[in-house]
Design a binder for this molecule. Sequence first.
Ligand code: UD1
Length: 430
Amino acid sequence: MEQYIIKGGSPLHGEVSIGGAKNAALGILAAAIMTDETVTIENVPNVRDTRVLLQAIEGIGAKVKYVYNNSVQINGGSICDMNVDYEYIKKIRASYYLLGALLGKYKCSQVALPGGCNIGSRPIDQHIKGFRALGAEVDISHGMIKTSAKKLVGSHVYFDVVSVGATINLMMAACMAEGETTLENAAKEPHIVDVANFLNAMGANIKGAGTDVIRIKGVNRLHGTTYSIIPDQIEAGTFMFAAAATKGDIVVKDVIPKHLESLSAKLLEVGCEVVEGDDWVRVVGKGGLKPTNVKTLPYPGFPTDMQPQMAVVLALAGGSSMVTESIFENRFKYVDELNRMGSKIKVEGNTAYIEGVELLTGAPLSAPDLRAGAALVIAALAAEGISEIEDIEYIQRGYEDFDGKLRSLGAVIERADSERDAQKFKLKIG
Ligand code: UD1
């Protein structure tokens, strides 16, 4: 079992380049199968989630070729199977984007039904409601969700909750429906805009992505294109918060600062210096962090995927803070681990009450999920002494070369794949 061994206590310094957005990539890779022509997608983060989705795409018969580490060619002309197995969906929920993509292109799809996950129950009722509104029959049986339609017809869909996944799935299905579809109360995340831009580059007609009303005029066919994915807002934010927690000075490069505004605003509130350039943001963590309150909200609000990293920063601030989670029901699993490092956090309902402490201390830890795992890495980098973090495969789902990038900023971190390696590294740094 791989683990990170981290010796904390040194401020992180330097520049780090941010990769393509994982959550945009998942939508775009699925959408790429909607044409029979070859699509080249650049700036694809080479992380576990994108690799598994590409396997699922190969599994239905499409051709997938890595041109370089971060550049992938997909050809959906040879798809022969409309059925995406549980094997993929249990590893990565976003395989369900193939429901919308296959339904749009072939008017039928079959994907194993995703269950809940570590951050809570995750219904897909809004996806289903949308497919039905376009005229598809949706049937759930034997753990599979099946969609089929003689033809898809544009419609008006009002989402009862703001859902990134449902917005992307419906954009894909509707862009090859007859006539016009309006999606209301749509999600506005940067990756929604990126998926829409990608579909438009393939010949779709989608307007309004990035606002809460998206209008889609159906087209008969999509064509090949070359497209580069936007930078990852959450990877960037994770390094920005690592600068704050370690009292470091980091320039995150190759980002879109506008996408990071809610994060920069919170860093300023806690007393960090934040400087923005055209495609970079510099964060200087000054120590003497101030407390504040945060509530997670759909974009442009504070992202739920940065909630655990924010809690780590506030755990080190002087005073009382509150973190309220309004998107997912079970996203405080990391709190027990942080408290084992000396933080003082109490969770009641969907709110974490944080009494800041001066120092965290290294401990053996276990990553409960992707973003919480990244937050524990930040905590370990800020803490005094050595931490060992297990279950890092969660972290590898969404961060490419996380330990390598942290080492380039001066972090003392090693990935060990055996107890012997872990002991050797601990002796070296201890
Ligand atoms: C996406 C992101 C995830 C991020 C989340 C919220 C991807 C691959 N993942 O997840 O990293 O944390 O957005 O920004 O992009 N809901 C329903 N019914 C539905 C769909 C969603 O009730 O049919 C609820 C969910 O339970 C949740 C909320 O809506 O409470 C938001 O979920 P959603 O935006 O759909 O999240 P994901 O697309 O799964």
